[in-house]
Design a protein around this ligand. Structure first.
Ligand code: APR
Length: 243
């Protein structure tokens, strides 16, 4: 049911979904582009609980390498533009990211929900304690709470439930504007967020290098590198309120 919208254009609630494409120009690989991570590793080997059970050392090496890379990466103009929007927009801005890097926070954004977890997090498979991951996580990494040596990256693997879903759904219900940036729209539930937001009356915009699998679901689309189209889009919102 569409809620009556009494807010002025600059008071609107903006919910932004980001994917690997927003971090591509910071030097972090995407998954499904040419040469992407899923062309170098099989998902079932490094991004499933079964793969971790089968060969935990391989999985630790995969995530430790990505953790190191992400730690050395800098936020780019797109991350910085979203942090500016959060700071300068009168209404609420929520970033829901599929990314496990910390570049939104490094750019100064605060209201960030990591639905697929973070490379910076460690999770104990024995007691579910969460702590700051060591740069190099190994089979010997010990849980500070229970002492077990069953640490795993605190990232959400295929077949596992994404984090913050209840909170994300309620943000989508309240969104006046939903933007999707740098995602191929191939992984659910993130790929369904545009329908959820549109069904609740939100305007929708896709910003991506090229049309994603779900491009047709968006009212407005901007194509190009994130470092070019995202700052322009943010400027347009801050100066005129257009999506
Ligand atoms: N600027 C904007 N968009 C870009 C750029 C760029 N410089 N480079 C690539 N893209 C776009 C690609 O066109 C593609 O649509 O980013 C998207 C990246 O898609 P994927 O590699 O599929 O990454 P993502 O959509 O984030 O994957 C979702 O899948 O494997 C899981 O958990 C993993 O969070 C990930 C999820």
């Amino acid at each position: 049911m569409n809620k009556p919208r009494h807010k002025g254009p600059d008071m609107r609630k903006i919910v932004i979904l980001t994917g690997a494409g927003i971090s591509a120009e910071s030097g972090l690989g995407t998954f499904r582009d040419e040469g992407g991570l899923w062309s170098q590793h099989r998902i079932e080997d490094v991004a499933t609980p079964e793969g971790f059970a089968r060969d935990p050392e391989l999985v630790h090496r995969f995530y430790s390498a990505r953790r190191q890379q992400a730690a050395e990466a800098q936020p780019n103009a797109a991350h910085l533009a979203l942090a500016q929007l959060e700071q300068r927009w009168a209404g609420e801005v929520v970033i829901v990211t599929q990314n496990v890097d910390g570049l939104h926070e490094a750019a100064g954004a605060h209201n960030v929900l990591h639905m697929h977890g973070t490379l910076g997090g460690a999770l104990c498979a024995a007691c579910a304690h969460q702590w700051q991951a060591p740069m190099e996580m190994t089979l010997e990494t010990t849980c500070p709470a229970c002492g077990a040596q069953q640490a795993r990256p605190d990232v959400v693997w295929f077949g596992e439930i994404p984090y913050h879903m209840e909170e994300i759904i309620s943000h989508l219900e309240e969104a006046d504007l939903f933007a999707s940036i740098g995602t191929s729209g191939q992984v659910y539930p993130a790929a369904s967020f545009v329908q959820e937001a549109a069904a609740n009356g939100a305007d929708t915009v896709e910003l991506n290098l090229e049309p994603s699998e779900i491009s047709r679901a968006f009212g407005v689309r901007h194509f190009g590198p994130a470092t070019e189209i995202v700052p322009k889009w943010v400027e347009g919102l801050l100066t005129g309120g257009n999506a």
